[in-house]
Design a binder for this molecule. Structure first.
Ligand SMILES: [Zn+2]
Ligand SMILES: [Zn+2]
Length: 486
């Protein structure tokens, strides 16, 4: 019964992982396991929760999971995690889930909460937004206020916040591991919560001055603090009203440090020097297009400057551009532009020719024959008739294995425009092909040009193509490869 025994082995492994956050086949090894509690909030959790997850993932230290139904939590489900993050404000979770969370932290694990998660369950002394909305007041969960380390109060001075504004957060306890190595402070646009009643045991790490001009208290208000909850480590920050607030670099740093500390690691997040982004000049002009195109370039590995004709090729492209992406459609090639393009390519810089840029410079033979390895013919040329196009086709595109750029590409069905009757160099290395009768076979290729890396992608007419993940992947891979990366 081989099936049965393999199943038992998996169960045994899972059981091991439930005891001490040990190895688990369900998580990436070597990473700290974070479970974000979300799914209900009087704030926009549908954008804040992914933003919080992204901050953690980008450090490379965490394997982040999210539950949108914390009420269903069982003790066993929490066991593999090192730390819980609450982005939740809503109804109580019920005795089983609440006890599971309480025991999880008491037993020595971590708990980090942001903004409205300081008053989720009606265990505050005022009727806050949540109670007004649901029209009912739930009995308190006293341990939760202890976990947060603070309580809201309707009595004077009333807990709340002034006008949302830009303010400066200052670290006040730089010796704490969650603050060590952080800068002096940072600026954020957020709600500045004030007059919370701090509970004994809360250790304030950062404050901000609450300006009276913004209906503030005129005092330094606690912004981030820790609490001891049993053997566990809990951290709360009042920051985090929305995704815009979370985008402050200082917030990302504070939050990642806090989660790392709560997970039991004292070292700051890996500062790992990310590879500097590829500098891309995207040349447009001569053909209209929709801004959906830019989605394909929205990636941290790329820094994109859009430069329309005729300015694009003035000056020395080599100085500020690693990869030139052409999405223009232009015939005129003044001498200075030819010189600039030629110098760029002969210097070994990369180029990606996208879609209608295949019709660039029909009359510059070196360009289309040697550099691009393809030409969309606007006019017949001798025996070869003009090329044709057809919009709004469902095109089946299949990768052609062999070239490193084709590795990891999957077959795709894309709604796009096809070209037919192009001249394509017999020395081009085809990356993607189709059998659609209205299209030439090759949809993407590497040019035979030897001095620099040139990739040609025929696809990419409109929003349906621009937004296709397969198209975006192809464009990004082409740019990274053209820049000289393996
Ligand atoms: Zn808020
Ligand atoms: Zn087009």
């Amino acid at each position: 019964m081989p099936m049965l025994s393999r199943f038992s082995a998996v169960l045994a492994l899972a059981a091991c992982s439930l005891t001490a956050a040990g190895p688990s086949p369900f998580f990436e090894s070597g990473k700290l396991r974070v479970l974000i509690l979300s799914g209900r909030n009087n704030h926009d959790w549908r954008t804040t929760t992914p933003a919080l997850a992204r901050i953690l993932e980008e450090t490379g230290r965490f394997d982040v999971r999210v539950t949108h139904e914390p009420a269903g939590l069982q003790p066993g489900a929490l066991a593999p995690y090192h730390v819980l993050v609450s982005d939740y404000n809503g109804p109580r979770w019920g005795p089983v889930a609440e006890k599971a969370v309480e025991e999880f932290v008491r037993s020595g694990r971590g708990f980090v909460s942001t903004h409205a998660a300081s008053y989720p369950f009606g265990d505050m002394e005022i009727l806050g937004a949540h109670q007004t909305r649901t029209g009912q007041r739930e009995p308190p969960w006293p341990a939760y206020a202890e976990l947060i380390g603070a309580r809201w109060s309707a009595a004077a001075p009333r807990s709340g916040h002034g006008k949302r504004h830009l303010f400066r957060v200052k670290w006040t306890d730089r010796a704490h591991p969650a603050a060590a190595g952080a800068g002096e402070g940072f600026t954020i646009s957020d709600e500045l919560y004030h007059n919370l009643r701090m509970l004994p045991g809360a250790q304030v790490l950062a404050t901000a001055f609450d300006a009276p001009a913004m209906n503030g208290t005129g005092k330094d208000e606690p912004i981030a603090w820790t609490t001891a909850f049993g053997a566990g480590r809990a951290f709360h920050t009042t920051l985090g009203h929305d995704a815009s607030a979370l985008s402050a670099p200082g917030f990302a740093d504070l939050f990642a440090r806090a989660v790392l500390w709560a997970a039991g690691e004292s070292a700051p997040p890996a500062a790992g020097q990310p590879e500097s982004p590829v500098r891309v000049t995207l040349v447009t002009g001569g053909h209209d297009y929709e801004s959906s195109l830019y989605a394909a370039f929205d990636h941290p590995a790329l820094r994109v400057r859009v430069n329309p004709h005729p300015a694009a090729f003035r000056g020395d492209l080599r100085k500020n551009t690693d990869v030139l992406v052409l999405y223009d459609m232009v015939q005129e090639t003044p001498e200075d532009q030819r010189r600039s393009l030629t110098a760029f390519l002969e210097a070994g810089k990369g180029m990606v020719v996208l879609h209608h840029a295949l019709a660039d410079y029909n009359g510059w033979e070196w360009w289309w024959r040697d550099v691009v390895g393809g030409r969309y013919l606007l006019q017949p040329d001798g025996a070869q008739p003009a090329s044709t196009y057809q919009h709004d086709l469902a095109i089946e595109a299949n990768p052609v294995p062999g070239h490193p750029l084709a590795q990891g590409l999957a077959p795709m069905l894309i709604h796009d425009e096809a070209y037919h009757g192009m001249w394509i160099s017999s020395r081009a290395t085809v990356l993607l092909e189709t059998r659609h009768p209205a299209s030439d076979g090759p949809l993407a290729w590497v040019s035979p040009y030897e001095k620099s890396r040139v990739v040609v992608i025929q696809l990419g007419h409109g929003p349906e193509a621009h937004r296709h993940p397969g198209f975006q992947q192809l464009v990004r891979k082409a740019i990274l490869w053209a820049s000289g990366r393996p």
